[in-house]
Design a protein around this ligand. Structure first.
Ligand SMILES: N[C@@H](CCC(=O)N[C@@H](CS)C(=O)NCC(=O)O)C(=O)O
Length: 405
């Protein structure tokens, strides 16, 4: 009981911090060699056992009935209760994590081919395990990358309250990707964008040692401040693919800029939209609880209390991220902005999606089927691009074996 209460308190803290009540904004931090070494050690954690590996099928059930209003007291109580039922972890907590973006210095203009020659053999022999929540947007983003390139991976669905599956890790968020070598030693990679950059580096350069590659993305930890503060984790060079050449081409810069935008802007527009009204919050939580590892009773509990809590949290997130009064308009604006950037190209990457296409698609796929998604498709021109990208991801169009067909 005590453990559960502590868990609830901890989860509440996560919830609060994500809704921006407690965390100050991060400022860019420079990395010292000492930090690099430390990071290297942190990354080389060993996983004693990898739990049963399985994949969840995306069964999708709609729920659209309850639209009654919650009393304020009840809602506040629900908001507290939800913290113990962290289904919201998947679609709420992560959004507010105040991870700033630390950029690598020194980028000069370079005219070079932007095409990266990916080789699937590199990745298919990696023995990867993805620790995830099925509907977490960051996990969806990473999966869209892995699936597009036909990279095989096992999935461990993390149970969001106790998160026992993450016991091996100091880093407590998902996604985490673990690579196991033939001898059983492992390399842990954290943060969806870092993982995409690291694997892209491996797949498109001669550097095949992932243990070495992860050191290019050093972790910076800012200790927690005050009683309710939270330790903050940052990664340097998060959006950089280390091609071993100076500078970036125009297309590479564009890709990086939009990957950045996905994490800094787009992802923050989702919670206020999917929890916009009590009925939409219920719809979202019906989906989340359906996808979760919970038993029937916890599912019901998490659905109703979680929905109520996130409905109120989303009002705070709306303010924090400066969404318009009608939050849908902000989501439409973001979709239009993205489509304007894609222009008359099939994908931003040209004939094939690039990492920005995959990131935008991945994050949006986490809300596919919800009202917010359907409205956006109806009100903007994003639908055909979304479907094209989905087809490319589902058919593993980036895998060299597919390209040869
Ligand atoms: N920047 C990270 C964010 C990951 C994140 O915030 N994940 C959420 C789930 S959507 C999480 O695990 N939250 C748990 C927590 O904050 O303790 C990434 O891109 O992977």
């Amino acid at each position: 009981m005590q453990v559960t209460q502590n868990k609830m308190a901890a989860s509440m803290k996560r919830l609060s911090s994500c809704s921006g009540q407690l965390l100050p904004r991060l400022v860019p931090i420079k990395c010292s060699p000492g930090v690099l070494k430390h990071t290297q050690l942190l990354h080389r954690q060993h996983v004693s056992s990898i739990p049963n590996l399985h994949r969840h099928s995306k069964t999708w059930t709609y729920f659209k009935s309850i639209s009654g209003k919650f009393g304020l007291r009840a809602a506040v109580a629900c908001g507290v209760a939800i913290s113990g039922i962290t289904c919201a972890n998947s679609l709420g907590f992560g959004f507010g994590s105040a991870e700033g973006n630390v950029q690598k210095a020194c980028e000069s203009d370079v005219i070079e081919s932007t095409h990266r020659a990916y080789t699937s053999e590199d990745a298919s022999t990696l023995r990867l395990t993805l620790y995830q929540y099925q509907v977490c947007p960051f996990c969806c983003k990473l999966r869209s990358f892995l699936d597009f390139y036909g990279i095989k991976y096992h999935i461990v669905e993390v149970e969001p309250v106790m998160r026992k599956e993450l016991k091996f890790s100091d880093y407590r968020k998902v996604p985490i990707l673990v690579q196991e070598d033939a001898k059983g030693s492992t390399i842990q990679m954290n943060d969806s964008s870092v993982i995409v950059s690291a694997l892209s580096t491996m797949m498109s350069t001669d550097q095949k040692d992932l243990g070495q590659i992860v050191t290019y993305y050093p972790k910076i930890v800012t200790p927690k401040k005050g009683l309710f503060g939270r330790e903050k984790v940052e990664y340097l060079n998060r959006y950089d693919i280390m091609l071993g050449k100076p500078g970036r081409s125009k297309a590479e810069k564009e890709e990086k800029q939009w990957r950045h935008w996905v994490d800094d802007v787009l992802v923050h527009y989702l919670p206020p939209n999917i929890y916009r009204t009590p009925s939409e919050a219920l719809q979202a939580f019906d989906y989340i609880s359906e996808m979760s590892q919970y038993g029937a009773i916890k599912k019901i509990f998490s659905k109703y209390f979680g929905a109520a809590g996130m409905y109120f949290v989303s009002i705070k997130l709306k303010k924090k991220y400066n969404l318009k009064e009608d939050v849908r308009q902000s989501l439409y604006d973001a979709s239009r902005e993205w489509m304007a950037a894609v222009g008359d190209r099939e994908f931003m990457g040209g004939a094939q999606p690039n990492l920005a296409d995959l990131a935008v698609y991945g994050v949006l796929s986490s809300i596919e089927g919800l009202d917010a998604f359907n409205d956006t498709v109806r009100e903007t021109t994003i639908g055909p691009w979304y479907q094209r990208t989905k087809k490319a991801v589902m058919s593993h169009a980036g895998s060299p074996s597919q390209q040869m067909v």
